[in-house]
Design a protein around this ligand. Structure first.
Ligand SMILES: Nc1ncnc2c1ncn2[C@@H]1O[C@H](COP(=O)(O)OP(=O)(O)O)[C@@H](O)[C@H]1O
Ligand SMILES: [Mg+2]
Length: 262
C-alpha cells in the first residue's frame, strides 16, 4: 500500500495497563481501529473504559504496553505533535489571554505569528467569543473554556483531529450549535476526525463510522457504518434507520432502559 491509500490513523493490537498498588489494572485490551482520510469516526463506550487513555496514546503522551500506532502509514507510537488534540479537560494556559491561548498554539505548530493572531481573533468572533478574546481563561465559564479549547484544536494545521468529549460541558442549545458548526466545517474541509462522546445521538448525527467499546479493559464490541447522506442535518434523528441504529448501540452498551452511558 502506498502512503496515499493508507488510513490516516491505524491502531493495531493496542493494550495498556496501569499499576494499582501491587496489581496491574488492564484498561485497553488489543484495540484495533482505523480512521481513513477525511473520515469522521466516533468512539462510544462506558465511562472508565479507556477512551481518554487511548487518546493520550495516539497523541504520544503515553506509550502502549503492546501494539502499534501509525499515522499516515508512519510508525508514531510514543511520538508527539502529529495530531491536533482536544483533551477532555480544557487545558488553557492561565497566564495567556484567550486569544493568545489559540495563537500561541498555532505558532508552535508553524503558523506565522501575524496569521495566527488574525485567525484566532476572526474565529473567536465567529463563535461568539470575540468579547472575551483579551480576557484570561479563569473569567470564562467551563463551557466557554471548552469552546476555546475546541477552537484551538480545530485551527491546528494537522490532518488528524482527536476530540475527547468536546461538548460535554455545554448546555443543550450551545451544544446543538457547536455540533452544527462542526458538521458544517467538517463537510467543507473533510479532515480526519476521531471523536469521543457519551451521546448516541451526537455520534449518529456526526459520524461516518462508530466503534462501540466494552467496559474496561476496553475491547471493540462493534463497528457500525452510519449510512445517512451528507450534508447531514440534525433532522436525521427522526428517520427509522436512526432509531434502529440507536437501539443497536444501546443494546451493545447494555442499556436497554434508554439512558445514556455515563
Ligand atoms: N495515569 C493513570 N494512572 C492510573 N490509572 C489511570 C490513569 N489514567 C487512567 N487510569 C484509569 O484507566 C481507566 C480508564 O480511564 P479513561 O481512559 O479516563 O476512561 P474514559 O475516558 O473512557 O472514561 C480508569 O479506570 C482510570 O482510573
Ligand atoms: Mg474520558
Amino acid at each position: 500500500m502506498n502512503a496515499q491509500n493508507r488510513p490516516k490513523l491505524e491502531l493495531s493490537g493496542i493494550s495498556k495497563s496501569y499499576a494499582r498498588g501491587k496489581l496491574s489494572h488492564p484498561v485497553l485490551d488489543r484495540i484495533s481501529l482505523t480512521v481513513r482520510a477525511g473520515e469522521f469516526v466516533t468512539l462510544i463506550g462506558p465511562s472508565g473504559s479507556g477512551k481518554s487513555t487511548l487518546f493520550r496514546l495516539i497523541g504520544g503522551v503515553e506509550r502502549p504496553d503492546e501494539g502499534e500506532i501509525r499515522i499516515d502509514g508512519e510508525l508514531s507510537t510514543g511520538r508527539r505533535g502529529r495530531i491536533s488534540y482536544m483533551p477532555q479537560q480544557a487545558s488553557l494556559f492561565p497566564w495567556l489571554s484567550v486569544s493568545a491561548n489559540i495563537s500561541s498554539a498555532l505558532t508552535t505548530a508553524g503558523v506565522p505569528a501575524k496569521e495566527a493572531a488574525a485567525l484566532a481573533d476572526r474565529w473567536l468572533d465567529r463563535i461568539g467569543l470575540g468579547g472575551v478574546a483579551k480576557q484570561y481563561p479563569h473569567v470564562l465559564s467551563g463551557g466557554m473554556q471548552q469552546r476555546v479549547s475546541f477552537l484551538r484544536a480545530l485551527l491546528m494545521p494537522r490532518g488528524l483531529m482527536c476530540l475527547d468529549e468536546p461538548f460535554a460541558a455545554l448546555d443543550a442549545l450551545t451544544r446543538a450549535d457547536m455540533q452544527a458548526w462542526l458538521l458544517k466545517l467538517w463537510e467543507e474541509e473533510r479532515r480526519s476526525v476521531l471523536f469521543v462522546t457519551h451521546s448516541i445521538e451526537e455520534a449518529l448525527t456526526l459520524s461516518d463510522r462508530i466503534y462501540v467499546l466494552s467496559p474496561a479493559p476496553a475491547r471493540v464490541l462493534a463497528e457500525l457504518e452510519i449510512p445517512f447522506p451528507r450534508p447531514r442535518r440534525t433532522d436525521v434523528w427522526t428517520e427509522p434507520a436512526f432509531v434502529e441504529l440507536k437501539r443497536q448501540v444501546l443494546e451493545l452498551l447494555g442499556e436497554t432502559g434508554g439512558g445514556q452511558g455515563r
